[in-house]
Design a protein around this ligand. Structure first.
Ligand code: B12
Length: 256
């Protein structure tokens, strides 16, 4: 395995932030060598190897959760950092995403069948009039990798479609993406539509896309802005906690 060990070492060396590097190093060091191989081949985008190694791991008795956490997600965490830090760009992320998907194809059915509780449910879509979906899809992939159930409404999504999806799936979170300055206002219009339906308190709304800023996100009344796919996962986790706390204050447990 020298190729994998050396490969992971040189990948770790690319992470500038020492505490982040330490965290990812810990993930690799605590993982079985087979999981390290899955991580490594995901990082370098070898979907055939990830496919083959995931099957080998399942046949050797590793449980699906271990493969997901120690192999696929650990690798994807490093890919996310490299993308955020401009070490790699969209094409490389899409290649890594294809490798993640190759592993997920084997792991996902087992996880759904075993009834592992998802972290929370997120509705994601690109807003009305906007056909850009590369960034949204990266966010979705990272959210799914982190354990969220995500319903993807695709592009050109009307406010009423967001509302219907939140109701249908009883989602705690909604994420909207926009890449055009002309479609950014449709995020605010969607939030207004939730207000008009009396549903604004039922869902935490996060927004993102290259032309957005924290200030714009605040002005339109969203609950949070994420600048990239890593930030999207962090934001979703924080907003989910807030949603749970709010629910607990609204429906306190009965005292015995
Ligand atoms: C690829 C692309 C296209 C592709 C889209 C393909 C696809 N399937 O997405 C095509 C060719 C279809 C296209 C079309 C158009 N495009 Co275009 N396109 C781009 C381009 C080159 C890259 C966008 C991209 O994918 N970036 C990479 C991803 C990873 O970044 P991202 O989307 O920002 O996503 C990240 C974050 O923003 C964040 N994020 C994203 N969504 C969310 C959501 C949440 C909830 C959170 C928390 C975070 C988050 O996380 C993501 C991952 O890190 C940009 C230029 C650029 N360099 O940005 C122009 C660009 C966006 N396009 C532009 C334009 C003008 C158009 C067209 C109008 C061109 C035309 N005249 O027809 C059409 C519009 C079509 C439409 N109605 O939408 C302009 C927009 C200008 C403006 N200020 O509005 C840009 C900036 C190019 C330019 N410099 O002029 N385009």
């Amino acid at each position: 395995m020298p190729e994998v060990n050396e490969g992971l070492e040189s990948e770790l060396a690319l992470i500038a932030n020492p505490s982040e590097r330490g965290h990812i190093r810990g993930l690799f060091e605590n993982a079985d060598p087979l999981m390290q191989r899955i991580s490594y081949h995901l990082i370098v985008g070898d979907h055939n190897e990830v496919d083959r190694l995931t099957v080998e791991a399942l046949e050797s008795g590793f449980d699906a959760n271990t493969i997901l956490d120690d192999g696929l997600i650990a690798g994807m965490a490093l890919v996310g950092i490299k993308f955020r830090d401009n070490i790699i760009f969209v094409p490389e992320v899409l290649v890594a995403a294809r490798a993640m998907k190759a592993g997920m194809t084997h792991v996902e059915p087992i996880l759904s069948a075993s009834g592992v509780e998802p972290l929370g449910t997120v509705i994601m879509g690109t807003v009305k009039g906007d056909l850009h979906d590369i960034g949204k899809n990266l966010c979705i992939m990272m959210l799914r990798g982190a354990g969220f159930t995500v319903h993807d409404l695709g592009v050109d999504t009307k406010p009423e479609e967001f509302i219907d999806a939140v109701m249908e799936h009883d989602a705690q979170l909604l994420g909207m993406s926009a890449l055009l300055t002309t479609t950014m206002p449709n995020m605010g219009k969607t939030i207004e539509a939730f207000e008009e339906m009396g549903m604004r308190d039922q869902v935490k709304i996060m927004v993102g896309g290259a032309p957005l800023s924290q200030e714009f996100a605040d002005d339109m009344g969203s609950d949070g802005y994420g600048k990239d796919a890593m930030a999207c996962v962090e934001l979703a986790s924080r907003l989910l906690e807030e949603a749970k706390e709010l629910q607990a204050t609204m429906n306190p447990a009965p005292t015995p």
